[in-house]
Design a protein around this ligand. Structure first.
Ligand SMILES: Cc1cc2nc3c(=O)[nH]c(=O)nc-3n(C[C@H](O)[C@H](O)[C@H](O)COP(=O)(O)O)c2cc1C
Length: 227
């Protein structure tokens, strides 16, 4: 499978979340050879979308000339796009958001109704594309914390999305936490295998992956003791 990983963390390979993403990819590779390209959004020369919307009327040509030109080509040729990021103010970090805004050329101005809401019709057939979000968070309480990012992701990619959220993710970069993070990374690898085989992650496995690695209050106490 042709996989494009968009790493939103400005910490590049030192990203807490990328530990999870790498484990997931290893699982996919366990099943079969994958063609993986990891892009650090922070290293791209991608200007902010100017909001002119010219691209939505002209068949998808952006007025700007930067790295987004090649990235859009790569996106449309991919089969799976993984958005990997830790929550920054309840959302994806700004460098990745800038990239997502600049995918507007893939949509036309034509709107169609899906259920109760409207969405733009795509300029091209991307029906084979699947979207996976892997997100970490510094807070231990995952439920409300991830809601804005998860909600936005579901609206942006209504078809064929999979979402993995893991709280307490700074622990992935702490070697002393390996007794807790190691088993979680094993579960993520298992999730990668399941995804490669069946295109989905079984609900019980997903529930284990998204749960806190240590009791919430204990995690908060450890974080607070270091302030
Ligand atoms: C600017 C900034 C904003 C953050 N906002 C949140 C937040 O809204 N919720 C949360 O749980 N953690 C938040 N965090 C903590 C990060 O999500 C956490 O450290 C995560 O593990 C970072 O992932 P990364 O290393 O992949 O970038 C924030 C961190 C930074 C630097």
């Amino acid at each position: 499978m042709k996989i494009l990983v968009l790493n939103g963390s400005p910490k590049r390979d030192q990203s807490d979340t990328m530990h999870m993403t790498r484990a997931f990819l290893q699982g996919m590779q366990d099943v079969e050879e994958q063609e993986i390209h990891i892009v650090h959004a922070i290293d791209l020369h991608v200007k902010y979308c100017t909001g002119c919307l010219v691209c939505m009327h002209n068949g998808g040509k952006c007025i700007q000339d930067d790295d987004m030109k090649d990235l859009l080509q790569e996106i449309v040729k991919s089969e799976l796009i993984i958005f990997s990021f830790g929550l920054y103010c309840y959302a994806m970090p700004a460098p990745l958001k800038a990239v997502v805004d600049r995918t507007v050329p893939l949509s036309s101005m034509i709107m169609k109704k899906r259920g109760e809401r409207y969405e733009h019709v795509r300029q091209g057939d991307f029906s084979r594309l699947r979207f996976l979000m892997i997100a970490g968070s510094g807070f231990p309480n995952s439920k409300h914390n991830f809601e804005p990012a998860v909600g936005a992701f579901k609206l942006k990619f209504p078809e064929d999305h999979t979402i993995i959220t893991v709280p307490e993710s700074p622990m992935f970069s702490v070697p002393e936490a390996a007794p807790l993070t190691g088993p979680r990374l094993d579960l993520l690898r298992e999730a990668g295998r399941e995804f490669a085989k069946n295109g989905a992650i079984p609900e019980p496995l997903m529930a284990e992956i998204t749960s806190p690695m240590m009791p919430e209050a204990e995690y908060a106490a450890i974080v607070n003791s270091g302030v």
